[in-house]
Design a protein around this ligand. Sequence first.
Ligand SMILES: [Zn+2]
Length: 443
Amino acid sequence: MKNTEDMYYRIYDLFGRRYATEAKQLLRKSQYWDRGQIEAYQLKKLKKIIGHAKNNIPYYQRTIKSLPGENWNYKDMIKYLQDIPVLNKKNIQQHFEDLIDPGADKKRMIYQITGGTSGNPIRFYHDRKKLDYTRVALQRNFNWAGYYLRKRCLKLASGSLEAASHSNLKGKIKNKLHNRYFYEAAVLDDKRWVNEILQIIHDKKIKVLWGYPSIIYMLARELHGMKNLGIETIATSSETLQDSQRKLIEEVFECPVFDEYSSREFMIAGECEHHKGLHINEELLLPEILDEHDRPCGYGENGKIIITDLLNYGFPFIRYEIGDNGSLLTNEKCSCGRTLKRLKNVSGRSSDNILINGKAITTVFFPGFFKTIYDVEAFQVLVYPDAMTIYVILRKDADNNIIKDLDRRLNAIFDNKIPLTIKRTGKLIREANGKVKSIKRMD
Ligand SMILES: [Zn+2]
């Protein structure tokens, strides 16, 4: 497996000044470094990228006041970093041109546009080195999940952007090299898709499923009761994986689910075999968790996730507010031996906090609430300016009175101040890009 990977990356690098072999050699070792080594590495990278941004990038020439000191230690550096203003999506929309390195070779940069689930799509560039490191980091996260290079994988994708990138010639060659098959699962209206997916799993001897948790969950519901599907591991990404979804998926496919946290901007984190939080790819990025006043949160405290990219010189992201919330697990070493910090409770977009009739509900309320309700497998809350509708998918053996019971319990929690309707449904509303938002604004 190691040899296949080595050879694959060597060939990849032959396509011209690429960094995959270099990235692989580092990332294989660095996951087991002690904290001192990781901090020393991050300190060096931070000094370099911030110095570069301050000296060359018009936007940061205005927002960063001074260069970091030559002799600073890690703590000095973090303190200094906390004084640099947070970069949000609006800043990027307004100052796109000023965030590009004027000296960069644009032919070597890869233009990106985000899906914009938060309502704020952004444009940016990956530079070559950052993209190569990101790809190798993704493969490392997959390796933790037992999904090694060229293991037969079916990606249940969704959304037109993704479909296009898999259907062109380059995408086809890449999928062939990876032994990766692709099924466009945006429309799941009839039973046909279940049979088609089963056919692919059988014909192509698929061992790995990869995709949105809500899609794999829908599939698991349909396949409930079937045995020996032959899947060995499942990777979920791009949406919050609800505990009840994980449970049913693992039960039906008789294998573990590994959650990944990534976005178009970054490959952020992934679960190891212990499934206790998601290890952050700290060689690529520095995470921070901030409260609503932009003050740092302690371990275990939920807040906004802020990312500083350590590698992207062409379009630096320094203290970027990605739009998700989460918390850092205690700094105790994971049983797997890896020292990379772990994220937990990655959830909701911070802009999705609910305010109805002057009463605010945090984004983490509903996931927490439904976690304790056995009868509900999945949920979606539609938020109107003065009311909300909650759709629930019930377990097959759910209690007959569960809807009434939920109604009573939620009204008690909200003091009867929020008009709410609870409805049973077979499927949740999907965005144009294929994602399901557990909290969806309707105003
Ligand atoms: Zn671990």
